[in-house]
Design a protein around this ligand. Structure first.
Ligand code: TXA
Ligand code: MG
Length: 301
């Protein structure tokens, strides 16, 4: 794949919106770092973010919206969360709030969690893209896994050239540091990631900063899960892959993008089934299979 670089303009935003609506992730600047943005309602588009980044596991991604009105369609904001949003949006503050059941966000975005991280970015390019696409955008930092956070289009190219179709170049980002993340999921507010917005920790009731990487609790099914199952026992709900068919199949054709896109939906479905155990067919380790297997191992642990 050839990666095009377009200087920011209305035409560049229109082209990026066209690609995103066709299911491709596109790199665009925010005020913090360049983000790799995909349509958050399209599971396969979001799976392609992971494919491009080579991320070894699925973490919940931040969903970008133009404003609080759009955020209210996705999450449940209590009074405190609304006050924070009104004070700091648009800007580098992400609020993790309970996910609305009718949000329409693909489960791979929240990695199966019942909460969602949302922010309204202050950058005109990302704002323009959000309005052009007219859908929430999931966007982690636009770097390959393990590379530095991209504050220049050149950083994006250095790690993602050939892996994404387009970068919109608007020069260096202003903040250079990823957004502050605060959880407002009931109980005291919690600072999940320090960032450009220095909130008075005293006002955040617990004052406990959780270490990056351990930020999110992980969705895990409530039932025992067996990996690398070629066939199922009578008390098992089998999630198939490729030629190993089951009660459901991550991807009958063995397509890892499709498998990643369906993973959390099928885990939830298996958990809700009448059978007391879950089995999962072998998933190859290459490419996105690495992240799928990482998630399955955690779910089995
Ligand atoms: O500045 C930023 O926030 C950049 C730009 C592109 O907006 N984005 C960014 O996204 O840093 P990302 O995907 O790299 O950060 C996602 C982090 C996860 O590691 C997780 O800790 C937290 O956000 N997060 C997202 N949703 C969450 C949830 N439902 N529960 C807990 N943590 C969540
Ligand atoms: Mg990152």
């Amino acid at each position: 794949m050839e990666t095009r670089v377009l200087p920011s303009s209305d035409e560049a935003i229109a082209e990026a919106a066209r690609l995103i609506l066709a299911g491709e992730p596109v790199a665009a600047p925010t005020e913090t770092v360049y983000g790799l943005a995909a349509d958050a309602t399209n599971a396969e588009a979001v799976a392609r973010i992971y494919e491009a980044k080579g991320r070894p596991s699925f973490n919940p991604l931040i969903v970008h919206v133009p404003d609080l009105a759009a955020a209210l369609l996705l999450g449940e904001f209590d009074d405190e969360a609304q006050l924070l949003a009104k004070a700091y949006w648009p800007g580098p503050l992400t609020l993790v709030v309970p996910l609305r059941p009718d949000a329409g966000i693909a489960s791979i975005v929240t990695a199966g969690l019942p909460s969602i991280g949302i922010r309204a970015p202050a950058h005109p390019v990302m704002q323009g893209l959000l309005r052009a696409v007219d859908s929430p955008l999931a966007a982690p930092s636009a770097n390959a896994s393990g590379a530095i956070s991209p504050t220049h289009a050149q950083h994006v190219l250095k790690s993602l050239r050939g892996r994404i179709p387009l970068v919109i170049d608007d020069g260096p980002t202003h903040r250079g540091l990823e957004s502050t993340i605060v959880a407002a999921t009931g109980g005291p507010l919690r600072l999940l990631r320090p960032g450009p917005i220095q909130l008075d920790i005293q006002t955040l009731s617990s004052g406990k900063v959780e270490a990056p990487g351990q930020l999110a609790s992980h969705y895990a099914p409530s039932k025992p899960l067996r990996l690398d199952a070629e066939q199922s026992a009578p008390d098992e709900f089998l999630i198939g892959f490729g030629a190993v068919d089951g009660d459901v199949n991550l991807s009958p054709t063995g397509n890892l993008v499709e498998g990643a896109a369906r993973l959390f939906d099928l885990l939830h479905q298996a958990d809700a089934s009448a059978r007391p155990r879950i089995a999962v067919a072998p998933v190859p380790a290459e490419g996105l299979g690495g992240a799928i297997n990482d998630r399955l191992r955690r779910a089995a642990a």
